[in-house]
Design a protein around this ligand. Structure first.
Ligand SMILES: Cc1ncc(C[n+]2csc(CCO)c2C)c(N)n1
Length: 224
């Protein structure tokens, strides 16, 4: 059995809770307030900068050229496909590229990226892949879930967002991340597989917290 097949029953319930989250539902039916979407765009942009570093760590720790190529494919997809779409969306939502780049990461955002980078720096390439997996995989799952929903139509202002994450390009990137995970998990002892699983579940919980943070437009608890 592939490693990612045994993971699925453990994350399924958590991932279905994303589809019930008010922020995700708001994207699905088009009712999400613009200010909340702008908060997501800004926080996500600086999140993706740290996420790109994570893939660079994975490339550096790769055991072979094939893994290195897969990490750099994901890195390229983040920097030049996903972040480019964020820049395009921001233009439509009155946010300048400078203000995207200068966003201060919120508490949850900082905790999430620090968690991933800490594990990736301490672990091997399989650990770095476990850190990045949920992120790519869960957005593709959400995009596909929303594109099959009632609110998916031309009048939904977030249709392009849904199309982007459900589309072929992101489905291919998700498949690359899954293949990389299975390749690097192959032959590992059970104790290490459990460690990878724990990271995937924790990052899945951080994903939920990220939606919550955007729904509440949270930054830090006190303004300094
Ligand atoms: C908090 C957060 N989690 C996941 C993604 C989605 N995502 C991040 S990297 C990647 C694959 C290559 O770009 C995908 C789909 C996001 N944007 N923000």
């Amino acid at each position: 059995m592939k490693f990612t097949d045994r993971l699925w029953p453990k994350v399924e319930h958590l991932w279905d809770s994303y589809l019930d989250h008010p922020f995700v539902k708001g994207i699905g039916d088009g009712s999400l307030e613009t200010e909340k979407f702008q908060h997501w765009l800004k926080q996500d942009y600086v999140y993706l900068v740290e996420y790109a570093r994570l893939m660079a760590v994975g490339a550096e720790k790769s055991p072979d050229l094939e893994a290195m190529g897969m990490f750099t494919e994901l890195l390229h997809g983040t920097l030049f496909v996903e972040m480019e779409l964020h820049r395009k969306f921001s233009n439509a939502y009155d946010i300048s590229v400078a203000s995207l780049e200068n966003t201060e990461a919120s508490a949850v955002n900082t905790a999430y990226t620090s968690y991933m980078l800490n594990h990736a720096q301490r672990g091997d390439a399989a650990v770095a892949t476990a850190c990045l997996l949920c992120c790519a995989w869960s957005y593709n799952y959400i995009g596909k879930g929303l594109s099959g929903g009632d609110g998916y139509n031309v009048s939904n202002p977030y249709k392009e967002w849904i199309d982007m994450y459900a589309g072929e390009e992101f489905t291919d990137l998700t498949q690359t991340a899954l293949n990389l995970m299975n390749r690097l998990a192959d032959g590992k002892p059970e104790r290490e597989l459990q460690h990878l699983e724990e990271i995937i579940i924790k990052t899945g919980l951080y994903e939920y917290m990220f939606w919550d943070m955007c729904e509440q437009r949270e930054e830090w608890p006190v303004n300094i």
